[in-house]
Design a protein around this ligand. Structure first.
Ligand SMILES: C[S@@+](CC[C@H](N)C(=O)[O-])C[C@H]1O[C@@H](n2cnc3c(N)ncnc32)[C@H](O)[C@@H]1O
Length: 267
């Protein structure tokens, strides 16, 4: 099948919210409950995007402050619109965080580490900003297995176009496995490393409700879907539809699993 080149781009908040932001918002409270950081702490969210995790921190953790660092100005615009003054947002990258040493007690990151070219350098930066005794934690989708909405997409896409396997996030992002996360964190010299699965239900009212967010073109799978002309995209859509567990009322019940990891910076 003919198609345009595909790249990971994060520019516009609204299609992102429809595609994955809404599901990250459901993982975030479960992740924070698992971290169990006491009230009154200083938080930093690295790669905060449209603010899904920042919002949950503000609502649930009684923080003394929350900061968000994010390279995409478009995403930051949405985050600022949603959260205003409650979070201090900065343009920046996980590997060059524009904040001082030991300036946060908990440094967290949601659905980001697999996109960072040098995840080890990102962890070193997160540890620098957290300082001794600080908490470092993150979650990433289980792309290879139970992030069903993407798994169904790529399994069908690769059946039609075997070359798509190198774009499949389950293949591209080996970090999204529990052992890989554990060894990244332990290898960075962090202590008390723990990993857990967080499963949330992702229910779609219809196949269109499932498919529409892919047309936003942002994120690896939507970018792949939008790299085709209308005819080829319709073929892909119908191939996915045939493989979906559609219930009698037209709805589709899937699961999204995130792997969460937490650790502390040695005193
Ligand atoms: C899947 S989105 C997750 C956004 C948000 N944390 C959430 O949970 O909804 C991936 C995010 O990683 C950001 N990102 C990509 N490369 C990054 C880097 N090197 N440093 C920090 N953030 C990065 C993107 O701009 C985007 O906001």
């Amino acid at each position: 099948m003919e198609r345009k080149p595909v790249s990971d781009t994060w520019e516009r908040g609204s299609p992102y919210e429809q595609y994955v932001g809404r599901w990250s918002r459901q993982v975030a409270p479960r992740f924070l409950a698992w971290l169990d950081v006491p009230p009154g702490r200083r938080w930093l969210d690295v790669g905060c995007g449209t603010g899904a995790l920042c919002a949950a921190i503000v609502d649930r953790c009684a923080p003394s402050s929350v900061a968000g660092v994010e390279p995409s100005k478009g995403f930051l615009e949405t985050a600022r619109r949603n959260l205003g003054e409650r979070v201090a947002f900065h343009v920046g990258s996980a590997t060059a965080i524009p904040l001082g040493d030991a300036s946060a007690d908990a440094v967290v990151s949601a659905l980001v580490l697999n996109f960072v070219e040098d995840a080890r350098a990102a962890l070193a930066e997160m540890a620098r900003v957290a300082g001794a005794g600080g908490t470092i934690a993150a979650y990433v989708w289980d792309y290879a297995d139970r992030m069903d909405l993407m798994r169904k997409f790529w399994d069908a896409a690769v059946e039609l176009d075997p070359g798509a396997v190198r774009l499949d996030e389950g293949v591209r992002f080996p970090l999204c496995r529990p052992e890989a996360l554990r060894s990244l964190f332990a290898g960075a010299g962090l202590g008390e490393v723990d990993v857990t699965a967080i499963d949330i239900p992702t229910r779609f009212t219809s196949f269109d409700d499932y498919w529409q967010p892919f047309l936003g073109g942002q994120g690896p799978a939507p970018a792949y879907a939008m790299s085709f002309d209308e005819t080829a995209r319709t073929r892909l859509r119908e191939h996915i539809r045939e493989r979906m567990p559609v219930e009698a009322n037209g709805s589709i019940a899937l699961t999204a699993r995130a792997w969460a990891v937490r650790a502390s910076v040695a005193e």
